[in-house]
Design a protein around this ligand. Sequence first.
Ligand SMILES: C[S@@+](CC[C@H](N)C(=O)[O-])C[C@H]1O[C@@H](n2cnc3c(N)ncnc32)[C@H](O)[C@@H]1O
Length: 289
Amino acid sequence: MNAPDILHLLTLQIPVGQADRLAAWLGEAVDVAAVEHTRRGAASAWVEVAVPDATQARLIEAAARSAFPVEASRIQVQTPRDWVAACQAHFPVVEAGRRLRIVPAHLDPRPAPTAGRSDVVVQCGLSFGTGQHFTTRFCLDALDRLADREPGASVLDVGCGTGVLALAASALGFGPVAGTDLDPSAVAQATENAGLNPGIPPPSFLVHDLTAGPLPVRADIVVANLFSRLLVDYARRLDAAAGRWLLLTGIQEPETDDVLAAFLPLGWTVARAEGDAEWSGLVLRRGGR
Ligand SMILES: C[S@@+](CC[C@H](N)C(=O)[O-])C[C@H]1O[C@@H](n2cnc3c(N)ncnc32)[C@H](O)[C@@H]1O
């Protein structure tokens, strides 16, 4: 899919405590990756989504206003370049786990290497996955921990976005590594990001919609940073693709029990559970401890 020529950037101002929920709702309701902006000490946060169509932007604005305590909103017409520039301005270097560092591709000069950390270079685009969000960091950290225990295991990242998790898995020595996403532009961006990391064995990225059919790849470790409804409804499909480990996130904290109720009866046990009061992440292991 080619990038649209014009984007309608909807900015919603909301009390800071509601921003994660609004961003997740946008992701679920309209399947659009949202970007959150907060300022230290500010009571409000700003959540932005970019869509090609003006009517769609107005409908999302109206729906968000009826479902959330939106304090103010506006729609601006932008080119994709403006949007990418805005993302770049808010994309810092992120250290994750003990051995990873996510580096934005636009930084010139690139930061000096940090001893003991592998860099994963990711370009800001229209897809989710720059390593800043709790859910992405949770997966990066969990992969880092598993690298000691499961060296060389195969990994599948369902909903790969920018490809950051698959690239990190390859950098940690897992292989083969694959990523799937229903959005062809995410797959294109993930493939482009693989090209920015010549030192990392390139994962294979494939277009696949989890709701449409069985996953095209099986792996020892399956990572899914999606959202709770999808995890619950397609638990059997994720279970069928996963050998020994499932890393699940994109879960809002109160929905954690629903996700567990879908996976534990399939023979998974909880090896690790983490949360930040808004989001939670689960590391599940097949069988007993
Ligand atoms: C929250 S982002 C995660 C991106 C990246 N893996 C990370 O952890 O930063 C979720 C991704 O899942 C994709 N997605 C949503 N629904 C999906 C589905 N039904 N099948 C496959 N991918 C899906 C979205 O396009 C998006 O790129």
